[in-house]
Design a protein around this ligand. Structure first.
Ligand code: S3P
Length: 172
């Protein structure tokens, strides 16, 4: 295991509902590091849940806030950070994360992901009002971005989350 990797932030990326927050928290605990969820930070800034931010302030403002917070957080060291599934659509965010941190891509399979939709859709405005075909298209379009912008990856199906976090720690 490469000790220099352990000196950096770890940023978890991947599609909505892949488990970035759950896995990030577990990895943070195992490494005795602080965990930061960017979506949660945005909600705190606006004092509103994400669907309300999208509805009342708009996605554009959300994306600007997301970029601002990630740019600041990437100045930190030794944090475990989970970013929203849309963050890596912004080139500036990709650059800042890839240069300051270990970017860890949680690569969930479509088959495993499909079954999670109903439990996450209410809090994910990006998925609302779309057909399953449209969501699948978005899933694969996003995958193109993730798979070209990471340092480390692991495939997620429906494994035990603690074992998954443990295997991530072992790869660092
Ligand atoms: C989004 C993903 C969400 C959240 C927002 C937009 C996206 O984060 O940032 O609803 O565009 O993929 P999660 O990936 O944590 O669900």
């Amino acid at each position: 295991s490469n000790s220099s990797l352990r000196e950096k932030n770890i940023v978890f990326i991947g599609f909505m509902g892949a488990g970035k927050t759950t896995v990030g928290k577990l990895v943070a605990k195992k490494l005795y590091r602080d965990f930061i969820d960017i979506d949660e930070e945005i909600e705190k800034e606006y004092n509103m849940p994400i669907p309300k931010i999208f509805a009342e302030i708009g996605e554009k403002a959300f994306r600007e806030k997301e970029k601002e917070l990630i740019q600041n957080l990437c100045d930190y060291k030794l944090k475990i950070i989970s970013v929203g599934g849309g963050a890596f659509l912004q080139e500036e965010i990709r650059r800042v994360c890839l240069s300051s941190s270990i970017v860890f891509y949680l690569d969930i399979t479509w088959d495993a992901w499909k079954g999670r939709l109903s439990s996450i859709i209410d809090s994910r405005p990006v998925l609302q009002g779309k057909s399953m075909e449209e969501i699948e298209a978005l899933f694969y379009k996003r995958k193109e971005i993730y798979k070209n912008n990471y340092h480390s990856t692991i495939e997620i199906s429906n494994q035990n989350m603690d074992e998954l976090a443990e295997s991530i720690v072992q790869t660092l």
